[in-house]
Design a binder for this molecule. Structure first.
Ligand code: ADP
Length: 675
């Protein structure tokens, strides 16, 4: 046995190492016998046996004489056969640091056990070296710089979350590893040193995942980190480390702490691999869902747009082919008209839904009169019901507070959508009731209103009911299929109700009918001035209009309407020409201004007109006529100095009444100015 051990001990590695160790033992794994290979004089004085059986038991038995009292408990817990074997099996190495007593003086020692297999014999080599100086230096460093941090509960608590924690003195760059888990230890990085950033960069150049290397190297240098820390107090960076074959996501956090001992840089790194993988998985799913929702949306939209387009193009062809048959032409034109209206409402719905979905829909809350709003809704729906031979009733007898702050147009949209369905889906002869109930004051000082739309129509199946508020869904049955619709109305309705902080509910029984209930809490307002309702005779004959429009068809339609009503029209193709024309001729009564035009757009042209000195240019009505029909587009027009906005496609009546209103207003102020 001795020979065998001596054979091994001849190895040059062992010899070279011997000088660094107090003592080196060999243990034969088969027999548990141990033999001392080398020992310093100091160590010899401890009087320990140079060979024997079962070194572990021997050491445990003599712990009271060998180990500093404060470390004895830890020693007995750690220096057990099971623990040592487990570590050797798992990592090939077992290490521990404790204070050993040398003639009454504690000395920090580092005990290291490694397995060796040589010439079929299996040995464990045990070396004990002094780490007293390092430990004392570390303690001194701790005491001076980090006493408060090292032992603080925070640091202790954090240590469990981080696989490595370093403390760095930012002035000297001296660093110490506070804690490191075993996986990290295996990477073989320094535990202490004098040049933290250089050391880290050197280690990282071999340990970091290739794809993250440049980013890390481009960031992780002292000046940069310190300047970020000085500005933000913290610095974080995510990258992938190669613990094994696969990259693992880690997150490094650096914090600058300042206390009475000075500044400390604490750098902790934790494993965020599972979290990153979950996040990536989630992002991937979301992206897939978005793509499929977008594809569905586009598919639905193009299908729904093609249907009325098909009618428009089809009937235009029929009209052309039957141009001498005035009944056929009239019928075709009526169908083109109704399909176009449906197409327009579809486009408005699509714009609404995409606006809602991107979070860009806002409410324009203003004082409004619910009675006036209801009168309008009643007028529209009474006509629809009459066409369909349905009986419709209205009840707003409980309404006491009719003046509220609300977005009137959106409330109208909600109710018209629901009532139109209640009229659209039931067959002739059924009934529809619209009830508006005032339910009293809420805790927030608002008034609660309940709007109920009840029909005795076809009802909604149990299967479809849960999906009724989803976009582009419609109940698949022969009754609904006969009715034109896109499945967007109720989707928009619910979102608008939600935007107003209200609720919407539906109850329905197939064959019996449906009840939709919307509850809104609205803030009461002072009475608002009702519109006079006085309609003035519109006469615009002889007026001179400047029309700026780059699209020939749109220009032709507008010019036709204007000319048919006795006006003269000058058509220009862009904003630049509009401004030049007005500069030369101050006899125009109004400008109709498209927005998107080449050379100079409508906004720029309006600003240029208003910036001309003469009073004429401040007062001439400029009305935007644009397909950009969002609220923000309208605001933008007014901001550019225009008087009003009319959305394309426009109704001739609307255009005429707007022109009339502004030209008359300008006439009157001109007259006042002249008096
Ligand atoms: P659209 O009417 O354009 O199809 P909506 O979103 O307004 O879209 O309605 C979705 C679906 O809900 C309709 O297609 C219809 O199947 C069903 N629905 C809505 N209101 C009623 C009602 N009052 N009676 C029967 N079915 C209804």
């Amino acid at each position: 046995m001795k020979n065998e051990i001596l054979n091994v001990s001849q190895s040059s590695i062992a010899q070279a190492l011997a000088a660094d160790y107090f003592c080196i033992y060999y243990v034969d794994v088969e027999t548990d016998r141990f033999i001392e290979y080398s020992a310093s004089d100091e160590y010899r004085q401890l009087g320990l046996p140079q060979s024997g059986d079962d070194l572990i038991t021997f050491a445990r038995n003599s712990f009271e004489a060998l180990v500093h009292t404060d470390d004895q408990e830890m020693f007995l817990d750690t220096f057990t056969k099971e623990n040592i074997i487990r570590n050797l099996d798992r990592h090939g190495i077992f290490t521990m640091t404790f204070r050993m007593m040398f003639q009454g003086t504690p000395v920090y020692v580092h005990l290291k056990m490694t397995r060796m297999i040589e010439k079929e014999a299996r040995h464990v080599v045990i070396g004990i070296s002094s780490v007293d100086e390092q430990m004392k230096a570390r303690r001194a460093f701790d005491d001076v710089h980090h006493a408060s941090i090292t032992y603080s509960r925070v640091a202790q608590a954090l240590a469990g979350d981080y696989f490595s924690i370093y403390a760095v003195d930012p002035d000297t760059d001296h660093f110490i590893e506070y804690s490191a888990d075993h996986e990290y230890e295996k990477l073989g990085v320094e535990k202490e040193g004098d040049d933290f950033f250089e050391t880290s960069r050197r280690n990282m150049s071999r340990l970091i995942y290739e794809e993250d290397r440049d980013r890390f190297m481009g960031t992780f240098f002292k000046e940069k980190i310190m300047s970020i820390l000085e500005r933000d107090g913290r610095f974080t960076m995510k990258y992938r480390l190669m613990f094994g074959d696969d990259p693992v996501y880690v997150s490094m956090k650096a914090t600058l702490l300042e206390d009475e001992h000075g500044r400390h840089l604490i750098i902790g790194t934790n494993n965020i691999d599972a979290q990153m993988k979950r996040e990536q998985e989630y992002q991937k799913k979301m992206a897939e869902a978005r793509t499929s929702a977008r594809n569905d949306f586009l598919a639905n939209m193009s299908h729904d747009i093609r249907t009325p387009m098909n009618a428009i193009i089809g009937y235009a062809n029929i009209a052309r082919d039957n141009i001498h048959d005035s009944d056929a032409v009239m019928n075709a034109i009526e169908r083109i008209g109704s399909s176009s209206h449906f197409l327009l409402s579809l486009i408005n719905d699509i714009l609404d839904i995409s606006k809602i979905e991107s979070g860009r829909m806002t409410l324009n809350a203003a004082p409004c009169d619910l009675n006036a709003l209801f009168r309008r809704i009643e007028d529209i729906t009474a006509l629809q019901a009459k066409d369909k031979s349905l009986q419709i009733t209205y009840d707003r007898s409980t309404l006491r507070h009719a003046f509220v702050i609300a977005d009137e147009l959106r409330i109208e949209q909600i109710l018209i959508n629901i009532i139109s369905n209640a009229i659209k889906y039931p067959p002739a002869g059924k009934t529809v009731d619209l009830i508006c109930e005032e339910q009293g004051e809420t805790d927030m000082g608002k008034i609660r209103y309940r709007f109920i739309v009840r029909d005795t129509g076809i009802g909604i199946s149990e299967d479809y009911l849960p999906h009724i508020f989803e976009s582009f869904t419609r109940e698949e049955n022969t009754l609904t299929n006969r009715v034109q619709g896109s499945g967007l109305g109720l989707a928009i309705t619910t979102r608008v109700v939600e935007l107003m902080g209200g609720t919407i509910e539906v109850q329905s029984r197939p064959g019996e009918g449906s009840v939709f209930t919307v509850v809104l809490d609205l803030a009461p307002a002072e009475a608002v001035q009702a519109e006079t309702g006085e309609t003035e005779q519109i006469d615009l004959s002889g007026r001179k209009i400047l029309l700026a429009e780059d699209n020939m068809i749109n220009a032709e339609i507008a010019a036709m309407v204007l000319k048919q009503n006795g006006m003269t029209v000058t058509h220009v193709m862009n904003g630049r020409e509009a401004v030049d024309t007005l500069r030369m001729d101050q006899s125009y009564d109004a400008v109709l201004m498209d927005i998107q035009m080449p050379l100079m757009n409508g906004y720029e042209a309006a600003r240029a007109i208003r910036s001309c000195a003469a009073e004429y240019y401040q007062n001439i009505p400029v009305i935007a006529m644009s397909a950009n029909a969002y609220d923000e587009d309208v605001r933008e027009c007014l901001k550019a100095g225009m008087n009003a906005h009319i959305a394309k496609p426009f109704s001739p009546d609307e255009l005429l009444s707007l022109l009339h209103q502004w030209i008359r207003r300008n006439d009157m102020s001109g007259r006042r100015g002249a008096e």
